[in-house]
Design a protein around this ligand. Sequence first.
Ligand SMILES: *Cc1c(COP(=O)(O)O)cnc(C)c1O
Length: 372
Amino acid sequence: MLDDNSGAAGADAIPAPGVLTVDLGAIRANYTRLREIAGSPVGAVVKANAYGLGAERISKALFDEGCRNFFVAHLGEALSLRSNLPEDATLYVLNGLLPGGEGVCAEAGIVPVLNSFEQIDAWAETAKGLGRNLPAVLQFDTGMSRLGIAPEERALAAERLRSAPIDIAFVMSHLASADEPSDAQNASQAAEMVQAAAAFGTENICFANSGGIFLGANFRGALARTGIALYGGATQNGGESPLRHAVELTLAVIQTRTVETGARIGYGGTHVAARPMRLATLAAGYADGLPRSLSDRGAVYCDGIRLPIVGRVSMDSMVVDISALAEGRLVLGSHVELLGSHQSMDDLARDAGTISYEILTGLGSRFARIYR
Ligand SMILES: *Cc1c(COP(=O)(O)O)cnc(C)c1O
């Protein structure tokens, strides 16, 4: 479909400026592969609308593949997924609750991560008010200084929870450098995680993210939480996905033109044509999540041929050099590949000076979406 001149056909009645294809089969296969590698249960991280790809469709597909644990960042995300998933799926809120969210969370049977004494105390109060125990995950900070109980507070947290009507399903922590396997911070965090779990008297450890699964048995725990690897992103900095790519994105051509040597291209005229060039203007820009840092960097592909981005990325469009293609190959409505077999999300992220996570979560709502 990538080189089809009517690439948007079948997506929507109105021709779309771009077509985002999410391969649910690849995501399911990646899930099963991650579970094999981990050798223990694996949960799916579907926060931020499953990294921008569609949390409802993806969490349903993963449930059918056997996934029963789903992680989001916010209570609102969990509530909107709750009715989408069968009863025996458990939803966890990684950021924990903001004051006032406890009642709704308990009512919906959603499991918060408790990151601080404030969150522990508020959850305990809610449980007392309801006259029953409530479930939670307890997070320890093992060296990231972001969320969780600090090392010097471990004993106090354990004591506080012994008398609270809270059932701790897992103790958890988060790896700061899992994408850098040789970083000593990984081993240090693993050692801290073991100590925290021991202080708490449990072996129910929820630790590894996508990268963590590939770091070895010490990092996996009883339940992993994987996001990017499910969707086909690399788990190591500078690497490529060890699993299947699940995302394709094509962009529509809205105009082609020929320019003479010296023509200035795009805002600010930053790109000056060094020779006569043929150009195509594409129907997506930074409002669609294509970073402005791709200005004069990066490319799209057609028939496997690299078409460099020239000049600045605009809000709703950008210009590529199509001189390498036969004249007439691209016309109004043709589609070119931004993400696909010639360019991965990690390739694009490198050109943009960012990471695949930011590319995916930034992809805009103006593209047609196809689930395969
Ligand atoms: C986002 C997130 C994950 C998932 O990380 P990936 O690298 O995408 O697998 C896991 N745990 C926590 C706490 C997170 O915030």
